[in-house]
Every structure is written in structure tokens, then in C-alpha cells.
Design a protein around this ligand. Structure first.
Ligand SMILES: [Zn+2]
Length: 356
């Protein structure tokens, strides 16, 4: 009995302890499950957040792609940095060019600001002089050049001449116009001359002539002395610039614009024989102020109305050639005759030298 009691009593004593442990274990388990559930729930939330984040990122990416497709419209926003990454290579090239342009404009602005601030020390520097020319070969006839571009201590180098060869650029310019194949004037006797002269505005201008080799040195000397004296010649272009289709009306067109010229394969005015111009041995100088005047009827007759003021030769008007004129003196010194000394007609523009 005692044993049973003891057993019972032991039973009675141990039951509550083990139940308590079981309860504790259960509570722990429930707690763990709850915590786990909470954790799982949290993980869900985190996953959801990540998913939403990805979605947002995808949307952003989409927007950027759309922006790059309309890159040109984005140029404005590139300036403030927005969407800078959206620029494709094409866009970035544009940006580079803009930067270059901006640098250039910046340079200009700097120079302009120097000019606008005359009190600044920088204005004490002389403006950059244009380079002194070594020759006129690269300059087109009619080009105006500044005095400081010429080396006045060595002017000879600007009075240049070239032979003309069949097929070259100059030949192509004159062939079929002022020059034609003929039995009297071989191409090899002609020279192309380029030289500086003063125009009627007092500017230095590039002129050109074709002359015979026989008078080449005379022409260079005469025109260099005229240049040193700042003698004004309105223009000196090859007569081919005014080509109309025949030599006579071409001559008229050149005179109408007061152009000085030399070679043209043509007969004398009125016909009958070759003019000295056909050999390149005659030069017509400032023809408007120095017209061709016929006195066959006793009364002066002239063709060009722009010469009306220049029939009377003693008016003292500028560019009128008289016996006191420097051009007359220089041509005379070099053995030329002057058309103004003929009895009839009088050709005041005309100087020639016949070496034949
Ligand atoms: Zn003439």
C-alpha cells in the first residue's frame, strides 16, 4: 500500500511538473511558429518591396529609352545636366560641336572685348599685321591688297610673268577668244603678266595683262614706276573677261567699263591689217578718260558716250593723258609711240612699240 501510495504520491508529485514542462514547450513552439510566421510575413513584405522597386526601375528605364529616341528635343535639357546620359553618340557629337563653337565664340568675344576696352594695356599692342606677300601668284586679278602686305624695298618680285603653253589654264582662258591659231602670232611669243596697281579709289589691286615678250621688260619697268608714283588705273583684266563672241565688240565692252588691256588678236579699228594689239605690242590705258577720236570730217567723233567729258584734253581732269602725264613720259622713254600724237585718228589711250 505504501509503495502504491508512494508510487501514487510520486505520480501525484511528478505529474504537475511534466505538464508544466509540456506547456512551456508548447508555448515555446507556438511562439516560435508565430515568430517564424512573422518573419515569413516580413520576408514577403521585403520581397514585395524589391518587386515594386524592380518595377519602378523598369519604368524609369523605359522613360530613358523614350527620351533617347527624341534626343534632339532633349538638347535643351542637356545644358542643365538632365538626361545627359540619354544622349546617344550622335547627340554627344552635337554636344562636342556645340562646345567647339562655344570655344570659338568665346575667342571672338575675348578679342572683341579687347577692342572695346581701349584703356586696357592690351590695346597698346599693334594689331596683327597681315603677312607680307612673297608674290602675287596666288591672288586673283582684281584682289585688293593692303600696302603693308607688300615689301616696297623689293617690288620687282611682284611684277611677274609666265609663258603660256597650249593646254594650260591660261591657254584655256584665252583660246578661241583673244588668242586664236594663226600664222602671224605664235603663242610662244606671248607672256602673261601679273602686277599690282593703284585703282581709282587709291587702293592697291592685282592687275593682269598679256603682252609680247619683246616688250615684257619695258612693261614691267613702266608699270612698276607708275605703281611707285601711285598712278591710278581703274582695272587691268584680260580682255577675255568681256568676251562677246568677236574681238571688236569685246574691245567695246572692255572700254565701256574703263578696263586697261593689251593683247587681243584683231585687226586695227576699221580693219585692213592686224593691230599692234594682235601682237601684244600695244596697251590701252584708262580708255574712258582717253578715248579714240576720229577727225575725218573735221569734227571730233567718238564712239563711247562715257568719254564725252574727255574730248577736250585741256580740262585738267584726273586720269587724262597729256604730254605732262607720267604714263606718257615713261612709255616715251621706253621707245613707245602714243596714239595721242597721231593726226587722225587720235587714240589717247593707246601706246605701242613695234620692234619688228
Ligand atoms: Zn589700242
Amino acid at each position: 500500500m505504501d509503495k502504491i501510495k508512494k508510487r501514487n504520491s510520486r505520480k501525484k508529485q511528478s505529474f504537475p511538473a511534466s505538464a508544466l514542462v509540456s506547456l512551456l514547450c508548447l508555448a515555446l513552439a507556438v511562439g516560435l511558429v508565430a515568430a517564424l510566421a512573422a518573419l515569413l510575413d516580413k520576408q514577403k513584405t521585403v520581397d514585395e518591396l524589391i518587386r515594386q522597386n524592380y518595377q519602378l526601375m523598369e519604368e524609369l528605364e523605359k522613360e530613358r529609352e523614350e527620351e533617347s529616341l527624341f534626343g534632339k528635343e532633349m538638347d535643351g535639357s542637356l545644358e542643365d545636366g538632365e538626361g545627359a546620359q540619354a544622349g546617344e553618340p550622335e547627340g554627344s557629337q552635337t554636344q562636342d560641336m556645340d562646345e567647339e563653337r562655344a570655344e570659338g565664340e568665346e575667342g571672338l568675344t575675348d578679342e572683341a572685348s579687347k577692342e572695346e576696352t581701349p584703356k586696357e594695356e592690351t590695346t597698346k599692342e599693334e594689331p596683327t599685321a597681315p603677312p607680307v606677300l612673297e608674290s602675287l601668284s596666288g591672288l586673283a586679278p582684281g584682289t585688293v591688297i593692303r600696302e603693308e602686305q607688300l615689301d616696297f624695298s623689293n617690288l620687282e618680285k611682284y611684277f611677274m610673268s609666265w609663258e603660256i603653253e597650249a593646254g594650260d589654264n591660261l591657254y584655256q582662258r584665252i583660246n578661241g577668244k583673244s588668242y586664236r591659231d594663226n600664222p602671224y602670232v605664235p603663242l610662244s611669243t606671248l607672256r602673261y603678266v601679273k602686277l599690282p596697281h593703284y585703282n581709282f579709289n587709291g587702293e592697291i589691286q592685282v592687275g593682269e595683262l598679256v603682252v609680247n615678250q619683246d616688250i615684257l621688260e619695258d612693261v614691267k619697268d613702266i608699270f612698276m614706276e607708275l605703281f611707285q608714283a601711285k598712278y591710278q588705273i581703274q582695272s587691268m583684266y584680260l580682255i577675255d573677261n568681256y568676251w562677246t563672241g568677236d574681238p571688236d565688240t569685246t574691245d567695246t565692252a572692255s572700254i565701256d567699263v574703263n578696263n586697261t588691256s593689251a593683247f587681243c588678236y584683231r585687226e586695227i579699228t576699221g580693219g585692213g591689217r592686224l593691230s599692234n594689239h594682235a601682237y601684244g605690242r600695244a596697251i590701252d590705258l584708262n580708255p574712258q578718260q582717253n578715248p579714240y577720236v576720229s577727225y575725218s570730217t573735221g569734227q571730233p567723233k567718238w564712239f563711247h558716250s562715257n568719254a564725252d567729258a574727255y574730248i577736250a584734253r585741256d580740262t585738267g581732269l584726273p586720269h587724262v593723258i597729256t604730254h605732262e602725264d607720267l604714263a606718257y613720259k615713261l612709255f616715251k622713254e621706253h621707245g613707245f609711240s602714243w596714239g595721242g600724237d597721231w593726226n587722225n585718228p587720235k587714240d589717247y589711250q593707246h601706246f605701242d612699240k613695234n620692234n619688228r
